[in-house]
Design a protein. Structure first.
Length: 336
C-alpha cells in the first residue's frame, strides 16, 4: 500500500509550503486559537486528538550523545501531540530492520526511521507500508527516501554540507585534512567526506575508525598525525569524535586543528575556547521534533511536507567563535 498515491505532486511549491505547514502545526494567531480549538482536536499547545503510538528507530551507537538531542526533540513533539513515543536503536542495518518489524508487530500508528544503511532497511519498510503504517525518514537517507516510498524526509543534505565545509576550509587557509569516518558504509557520513573532498582545494584523506571504541579512535588519529606532519586539519563527523581528536592532536604534538560536523554542549564549549575551530549544525532536535510532529499531522489532518518530492532541510549552519555564544544557552539545555 503506497500511502503517497493520492498526494498532489507540486515539487516547485513544495519546499515553500513546508515551513507554513509545520508552523501551522505548532502555533496560531491569538485571534483564531479559540475558534480552532472549538472546531477540532488540532489545537495549538496540547492536542486532544486520540492518543497515537509512534516508533522512532535510529542507527544510534551506544554512548553517542548526538541522539540524546534527537530524542529530546521527539519527546517534545510527542508531549504536545498526545503521542506515546517508542524509541529504539541499533547501528547494525539488519538489526535496525528487525526493530521496524517489531514496530509493525506492535501495530504502531507511524514510524520515524533513519536510513544510514538503506539497502538493509528496504524490505522492512516495504512491510510497514503494506501494513498501512506511514513512515518518515530523518537524519540519514536523503537520496533514498523517495525510492523507498516514504512520506517525508527531515535532515541535512550531507553532500552539500560537506561542500560548504570544504569551502570554509579554503577560506581559513587549510592545506591538508583528514576526514574521519567512524562507521564505514554509513551513507550520510560517506557523503559528508565526499562533499569536503569535492570543494576543498588542498588534499583530503579519508581515515576510517571504529566509532564504538573511543580509545582506538584517539590512538588511530594520533598515529595518522604523527605519520604525516603536513596534515593541518582533522575533520570529524560528530561532536564526541571532535573532542577526542583534540586530544589526539595534542598527543601527536603537531599543528593540526580540529573542525567538525554536529554539536553538543561540550563541543560548544570547545568552540568557545578555540579547541575546535568551527562546527556544522544540522539541528538534531529539530529533526526529532519534526519527524514525530509530521506523523501526527498526517494521521490527524492528512498533511505531508514537501509534497512527497522535496525534503525538509534542517542544515547546514556554521557555528564559529563569532556566533557560538548565541547558541550556547540552548546547548546547555541539550536542545542544540
Amino acid at each position: 500500500m503506497d500511502l503517497r498515491l493520492n498526494r498532489p505532486r507540486r515539487a516547485g511549491l513544495a519546499a515553500l509550503a513546508t515551513a507554513a505547514v509545520l508552523l501551522a502545526a505548532g502555533c496560531s494567531s491569538q485571534g483564531g486559537k479559540k475558534a480552532q480549538e472549538a472546531d477540532s482536536g488540532l489545537a495549538a499547545g496540547k492536542a486532544d486528538t486520540p492518543r497515537l503510538r509512534i516508533a522512532m528507530i535510529t542507527h544510534a551507537a551506544p554512548g553517542d550523545t548526538f541522539w540524546d538531542t534527537v530524542r529530546k526533540g521527539a519527546k517534545s513533539a510527542a508531549a504536545k501531540d498526545n503521542v506515546d513515543l517508542v524509541y529504539s536503536s541499533n547501528p547494525n542495518g539488519a538489526d535496525q530492520a528487525n526493530l521496524i518489524q517489531n514496530a509493525i508487530n506492535q501495530k504502531v500508528d507511524g514510524i520515524a526511521v533513519t536510513l544510514a544503511k538503506p539497502d538493509a532497511m528496504k524490505g522492512a519498510i516495504a512491510k510497514a507500508e503494506k501494513a498501512g503504517i506511514p513512515v518518515v525518514a530523518f537524519n540519514a537517507g536523503l537520496d533514498q527516501w523517495k525510492d523507498l516510498g516514504l512520506l517525508e524526509y527531515f535532515g541535512q543534505d550531507e553532500n552539500i554540507a560537506g561542500q560548504a565545509f570544504g569551502k570554509h576550509l579554503n577560506e581559513i587557509g587549510a592545506k591538508h585534512n583528514i576526514c574521519v569516518i567512524q562507521e564505514q558504509g554509513h551513507v550520510a557520513l560517506e557523503a559528508r567526506c565526499a562533499g569536503v573532498k569535492k570543494t576543498f582545494k588542498g588534499k583530503t584523506d579519508t581515515l576510517y575508525v571504529n566509532g564504538t571504541d573511543m580509545p582506538s579512535v584517539k590512538s588511530t588519529i594520533a598515529a595518522k598525525l604523527k605519520q604525516d606532519s603536513s596534515i593541518d586539519y582533522v575533520v570529524t563527523l560528530g561532536a564526541p569524535f571532535a573532542l577526542t581528536a583534540v586530544q589526539s592532536a595534542k598527543d601527536a604534538g603537531g599543528k593540526a586543528k580540529v573542525a567538525t560536523f554536529d554539536l553538543n554542549k561540550d563541543l560548544v564549549s570547545a568552540v568557545q575556547s578555540g579547541d575546535v575551530q568551527f562546527a556544522v549544525d544540522q539541528q538534531p532536535y529539530l529533526q526529532g521534533y519534526l519527524s514525530i510532529d509530521s506523523l501526527w499531522l498526517f494521521k490527524n489532518n492528512g498533511n505531508f511536507s514537501g509534497g512527497g518530492e522535496k525534503p525538509v532541510l534542517t542544515g547546514p549552519a556554521f557555528v564559529t567563535k563569532e556566533n557560538v555564544d548565541t547558541i550556547a544557552k540552548f546547548a546547555k539545555n541539550g536542545t542544540r
